[in-house]
Design a protein around this ligand. Structure first.
Ligand SMILES: *Cc1c(COP(=O)(O)O)cnc(C)c1O
Length: 356
């Protein structure tokens, strides 16, 4: 099995993988309620929230859909600066939610002053943005954007795709006044894919009460009612809940400050290495701490590079969408260590020597 340096899915610790082999329990049993009850306070620590963290059996995109369906009565502003922001805009459109996209060029961040200007144009009731744009390796200045939006529009709902940052980068949901912070299991949480988690504020639930057709599967009000009893409205991925319970213990045992420092150290190594040999797509000050997008300035044959790494048991990612060929990506998130990324860059250096 190759070690994954992808921006998801990421490597899962063997103990956590093994947890999934436990026998099934009924999803209305005390055992299942105990399990969800154990998970909930740990998730709240990771999201730095006192409110609630909803559990969905879906990938993160499912909760993007949930957020726009449950929380917009008037008009949504979606910040885009890459593929995942654009996806969120498409999700809104596909659900018939009136929305405008505030576009930054791929490779650049969404800037607080641009968001503020856009918010003055229309009475938007919600703002959606991506914290860490995984396609371009850009980390948006989330705290500052949220603060500006909140002071301009105290009632606005701030919806954050934190799929590739939650659990790897500090994210202060309550302090920054965020209303939905959603993520997927298979990125910095280092779990198999199949579940998604979202911190949801009281303000968001109040808003959901004004929305008549929230859908059924992702109805935040129904999810909240069940969660209050440590249940889910429909059958959850019980095997993944076992794994989540164990992985949250691992994350908290490492300690969140140490976990965030490990991610920052991996990013610093990969980015310094890449700048000496290639160029980074993201500008200084906005570089992702969990995934790096490298411009293929040497015109490398990326298929040959993948093959070289595969022989050494390693896998990196191609550029995303329209960036394929011109860029490649290194994920440094989840359980990956600094020693792992050092071994990866050493292996790529060997390829560069052969190619020279
Ligand atoms: C991976 C990713 C997604 C998509 O998540 P799924 O779990 O595949 O639905 C969305 N946003 C960002 C920022 C991502 O990195």
């Amino acid at each position: 099995m190759a070690k994954l340096f992808l921006p998801g899915p990421t490597n899962v610790h063997p103990d956590v993988l093994a947890r999934q082999a436990r026998p099934m329990i009924g999803h209305r049993s005390h055992a299942c309620a105990d399990l969800i009850g154990r998970i909930q306070p740990k998730l709240r620590q990771i999201f730095a929230t006192q409110s609630r963290v909803m559990l969905a059996t879906a990938s993160g995109s499912g909760l993007q859909e949930a957020a726009v369906r449950n929380l917009v009565t008037n008009r949504l502003l979606v910040c885009t600066c890459g593929a995942f922001g654009e996806r969120w805009f498409q999700v809104a459109q596909a659900n018939g939610i009136p929305a405008d996209a505030l576009e930054a060029p791929w490779g650049q961040p969404n800037l607080p002053e641009d968001v503020e200007r856009a918010l003055r144009q229309q009475p938007y009731d919600a703002l959606a943005l991506v914290h860490n744009e995984t396609s371009t390796g850009v980390e948006n200045p989330l705290a500052e954007i949220a603060q500006r939006a909140r002071s301009l529009r105290p009632e606005i709902l701030i919806l954050v795709d934190a799929v590739s940052s939650a659990g790897g980068v500090e994210l202060l949901t309550d302090t920054w006044g965020l209303d939905v912070v959603l993520t997927s299991s298979q990125k910095c949480f280092a779990l198999p894919p199949g579940m998604a988690f979202a911190a949801v504020s009281d303000r968001a639930l109040e808003k959901a009460r004004q929305v008549p057709h929230r859908g059924w599967y992702f109805d935040f009000l129904q999810m909240d009612e069940y969660l209050a009893r440590n249940l889910t409205p429909s059958t959850p991925a019980i095997s993944l809940l076992y794994a989540l319970d164990a992985q949250l213990d691992r994350m908290l045992a490492e300690g969140l400050p140490a976990r965030f420092m490990r991610h920052a150290a991996m990013a610093a190594h990969v980015q310094a290495w890449a700048q000496e040999r290639f160029a980074l797509l993201a500008p200084d000050g906005y570089r992702s701490r969990t995934a790096t997008t490298i411009r293929n300035t040497l015109g490398l044959d990326l298929d040959a590079l993948h093959e070289h790494l595969a022989q050494r048991g390693m896998q990196i990612a191609d550029g995303y969408g329209r960036l394929k060929g011109g860029t490649f990506r290194i994920g440094h998130m989840g359980e990956t260590t600094l020693a792992d990324v050092q071994a990866l860059t050493t292996a790529i250096d060997a390829f560069l020597e052969m190619a020279a």
